[in-house]
Design a protein around this ligand. Structure first.
Ligand SMILES: N[C@@H](CCC(=O)N[C@@H](CS)C(=O)NCC(=O)O)C(=O)O
Length: 341
């Protein structure tokens, strides 16, 4: 478990000071099956919400690595009810593979009366129907390093061994100040707590912009796990974090470097094609009634700029290293039209 998480046993939302809960189920799915869960095509199902930044890491990484055939996908309704994530987007309100209506049913099959929150991303074993892991910090690292036998031909190395120290260091800063920093700002219930978190978000973003002014990606000259983790926050920034979480010193579109960097990734196959702005906006604005009691979902921002030229190719870089971009999204993985810019 990462050092920067705390567990007070409560749900992430609606408590006094925001604390991100620990992923309780931290079994790993590995090549050698040392936790009892060997990597195996068709054995597991990835459950996500396209609204969730932590789950979206897994969506991007699954696409980049070409794991779609090996690991099927369940997409939850972006708006949870009092039993949490539900499969109301599917016919009859049931996930067609797991046969369940709520993700909590898979948690219950793993541990009866589990007192913690039901969170995505989650990986569920199809045959047994039980949750295997909801450890969002580890899931994508394992996709990159343990699921290699099932990667597509031309899959990139998202966690290259010789760069891991640097990737880990960047990801730790991005986690504290950006990925989780926006939540600390958004869920703060005291002025000072908010100001510290919000200032931390922008201080870090400014440092990252400086780093990215002269290099196309965060570490080395290829896309890595670090870029995936920064992207999933940046793509939500103007749509939800700027307004709903009050991270409003500037908008992403006002930061020349980060806006171009985010657009570059968005336009790279495997990134933008996983994003559903409709799910993102409805989840945050409708679920967090503590900070948006009316549940009104704003009409903006204008998303048309996401497809504008970014000119980041001028910095060089080899997005997929010695590999190739993933192919087109399959019909069953497409985002709905209303969620696209
Ligand atoms: N704290 C989660 C990390 C992932 C996460 O926070 N996911 C959110 C969606 S963005 C979630 O499922 N929240 C449900 C809840 O906290 O009740 C965990 O314990 O693994």
């Amino acid at each position: 478990m990462s050092h920067d998480e705390e567990d007070d046993g409560n749900s992430a939302y609606g408590r006094k000071a925001f604390k991100r809960s620990r992923a309780h189920f931290a079994d790993r799915i590995t090549a050698d099956g040392r936790n009892g869960w060997p990597v195996e095509a068709g054995r597991y199902r990835l459950v996500v919400s396209r609204a969730c930044p932590w789950a979206s890491r897994a969506l991007v990484s699954r696409r980049l690595l070409g794991l779609e055939d090996a690991l099927s996908l369940a997409v939850a309704d972006p708006v949870q009810d009092d039993r949490s994530w539900r499969f109301t987007l599917d016919p009859g309100g049931r996930d067609p593979v797991l046969g369940i209506r709520y993700l909590s049913e898979a948690y219950d099959r793993r541990e009866t009366d589990y007192p913690g929150g039901v969170s995505v991303p989650a990986i569920v074993e199809v045959a047994g129907g039980q949750l295997v892991t909801n450890d969002y910090q580890q899931i994508t690292l394992d996709f990159a390093t343990e699921w290699t036998a099932l990667h597509r031909a031309g899959a990139p190395d998202l966690y290259p061994e010789k760069r891991r120290d640097e990737i880990d260091a960047v990801m730790a800063e991005v986690f504290d100040d950006v990925n989780n920093g926006v939540y600390r700002a958004g869920f703060a219930t005291g002025q000072q707590e908010y100001e510290v978190a919000c200032a931390g978000v922008f201080r870090r973003l400014e440092l990252l912009a400086r780093r990215l002014a002269g290099q196309r990606y965060l570490v080395g000259d290829t896309i890595t796990e670090a870029d995936i983790r920064l992207f999933t926050t940046l793509v939500r920034f103007d749509a939800v974090y700027h307004g709903h979480f009050k991270c409003n010193r500037w908008k992403l579109t006002e930061n020349r470097v980060l806006w171009a960097y985010a657009r570059d990734l968005y336009q790279t196959p495997g990134f933008g094609d996983t994003v559903d702005f409709d799910h993102i906006k409805r989840h945050y604005y409708q679920v967090h009634t503590g900070i948006n009691p009316t549940g009104i979902v704003p009409l903006g921002p204008d998303l048309s700029g996401w497809s504008a030229p970014h000119h980041r190719e001028d910095l060089g870089g080899r997005p997929f290293g010695d590999g190739t971009p993933p192919g087109p999204v399959r019909a069953d993985g497409e985002t709905a039209e209303r969620g696209r810019p």
